[in-house]
Design a protein around this ligand. Sequence first.
Ligand code: PBG
Length: 338
Amino acid sequence: MQDKTHLVDDITGHRRMRRNRKADWTRRLMLENRLTVDDLIWPIFIIPGENIVEPIAAMPGVNRMTVDKAVEAAKEAADLGIPALATFPNVEMNLRDETGSQILEANNLINRTTAAIKKAVPNIGIITDVALDPFTSHGHDGILRGNEIVNDETVDQIVRAAVLQADAGSDIIAPSDMMDGRIGAIRRGLDAAGHQSVGIMAYATKFASCYYGPYREAISTGGLLKGDKKTYYIDPANGTEALRDAALDVEEGADTLMVKPGLPYLDICWRMKEAFGLPVFAYQVSGEYAQIKAAAANGWIDGERAMLETLLCFKRAGCDGILTYFAMDVAKYLAKQG
Ligand code: PBG
């Protein structure tokens, strides 16, 4: 009498996980996570000039845009319901120097972008980075003195830059430089300047990763970078250190936390959400984007499904949102689904 069915029931004690997966309607009913347009932050690249949109070879489908074009793109993003943009400038080479002094120009490229978008599209959030790398002649995120990226002098400069960015209309300052003490210093600087409502999204755990390659092409820092960023970014081997670093950002007043890169660091996203309960964001960085695009272009992977699956996995890992170069594609896809 012992047929195969009884054998399995004996083994599982009559529990069968597949019952809940048996039909489309059961699967929809049991769904734990869903990606929506409200989860998206769109990083964009800005160039000087007018009426130019130029492709970035290592990031197929992603362009650099002049401010006027960025305003149009911001309108399109807002119409699709994307909550916020993150802006990154590709600064003219002749304006880059050892200390990244151009970041202290009130009317520099990143601040001109913020002001123009805020004026034309007031209902989209603007998140700006205060790291020095787009402004330095050596591509580092801080001030280089001899062989050292000096911490405190860099913090002093990025606080002043953060205030200028807030003056220009930035809603959230997102420092990606990993200097010690920067979150507390920026908070004090913003508050002293009357910017109490400007938030801070800490790049709480930024790893010394290979996945930033295409971004460095996008803002022309790749060829400039001397050495590596290991004295300030976190070693990919270290999860506990990442949590300690994030804890300091929380104590110093971060409003939200970010993990960067994204997919290889989902464990960090989860641990951070569990540990602090603050909103957690992941940055699906340029190399992650390029991998999917390259495999899809070769017909090795279904690019659309990979985009949707990777973004959904961030939600499952506890993220409240994702910075992704796919933002417009996903938003359009979700709008079509209704
Ligand atoms: C540096 C910065 C990086 C990125 C954004 N700002 C990393 C780097 O160049 O070291 C990477 C973004 C991406 O790869 O998409 N402050």
